[in-house]
Design a protein around this ligand. Sequence first.
Ligand code: UDP
Length: 512
Amino acid sequence: APMEEPIASTLAPSPLPHFVIVPLVEQGHTIPMVDLARLLAGRGARVSLITTPVNACRLRGVADQAARAKLPLEFIELPFPTEIHGLPPGIENVDQITDFSHFAPFFDALPKLAGPLEAYLRALAPRPSCIVSDWCNPWTAGVATRLGIPRLFFHGPSCFYSLCDLNAMDHGLHDQTSAAGDDQEKFAVPGMPVHVEVTRATAPGFFKTPGFEAIWERCVEAMLTADGAVVNTFVDLEDEFVARYEAALGKPVWTLGPLCLANEDADAMESRGDMSGVRRSAVTAWLDAMGTGSVVYVNFGSVARKLPRQLFEVGHGLEDSGKPFLWVVKEAEVAAQEVREWLEALEARTAGRGLVVRGWAPQLAVLSHRAVGGFVTHCGWNSLMESIAYSVPVVTWPHFADQFLNERLVVDVLGVGVPIGVTAPVRLFDDETLPVVRGDIARAVSELMGGGNEAGERRRKAKEYGEKAHRAMEKGGSSYEKMTQLIESLRPQVVVEANKTTELEHCMHAVR
Ligand code: UDP
């Protein structure tokens, strides 16, 4: 057990900085941080990514590739805290939670990783240069302070979202609760350079969620005391929001994305997120036979789950659209015999133009395939960033959290999305409502995949953003150069022992 025998580091010392990356143990948070780790290590910086045993199994594929490529990247397994009141043993990732009452104990368990992390970092010589931890892991703040090393927070969504959130906070909207008032009443997010219309229902991140106030406050506190932010976006996508967010935050915002472009080779795409997922060849062989840009891809991320009635509406809608589709359903969604039989019947009816994939799909391999011309997405930021990187316009069906504001960005600002028209979030696990019926899916998919002017314009814009995204990650591109600056600003010799954080802040400001 790691706590009894200290984990030995296998990496040789490097003149470049040593990053310690601490993702939240949730797929949508871990995946981009693993990409970040690969990118930094690819540039020669030493990287230790902190994980736990269950999560390490999923990362085995990435770890093996990193070892084969001789990247200075190691995965450090800390034991997941045990005997947490109200949390069944074995749950180490948000996607293993099947009961709402387990969320609070799960988030109570995570701070208990602070002790083991600190012990591990103290045993390293020399000390690491910087901790990059998820916005939702505020417990790393104390570790960084006690060790005297700088800390950056990684925030999942766009700068557009984070700016909306900061502005809402500054205007006191967080002090109200989402339970109060009419939740469909429209209002504009204060202080934004563009009109961003939301309702209480669609901007849940603005308000304290009952039961989670304390964790929210700790996250905000850790954000305010951090030395900077790392964001999975790029300047050319949202330059105005990047600049305003950086000004509002008052510290460096390192825009290093699209991080998914760390996975250009087939092996990396295949094992991303979960090495035991659906094989790439199983989907690419099918896509290879389809016309360019003809297929609509449908996947709602790693968390959202649909009950059978809603699932059937999606299936009928895809069938009625008449377009070729590749639809990913989760293992948990097809647990019931009734659902499995229904899907088989759908596959029989749509043979030759529909493929239903069960389980974890190699999303990048799909989105980067020339046959894919559209994506029905729940608007998780990673999925949107990936569709932008690969020039795929989207149908937007936000489910919860930041997703409604992400929808505003891609539909209203970027002009690459067709909204499905939902106005309220769904409850995880037990939502019996039917916010989307087959007609909505068929209409939105036909609009997205159709031939009209608007569809053409969306495709043109998507193509342009995809090209800019790739350029940002190439040598000389904005994200590439920002990563160079970040690495340079943290070179071990520039950090003065006595007052590391302040010195670092100077350097960080100086290089920008
Ligand atoms: N993903 C995947 N295969 C799947 C489902 C999801 O590779 O079958 C990846 C997807 O490419 C993205 C991440 O999981 O990188 C999901 O993150 P996102 O922010 O889109 O949504 P979340 O899961 O956080 O709701």
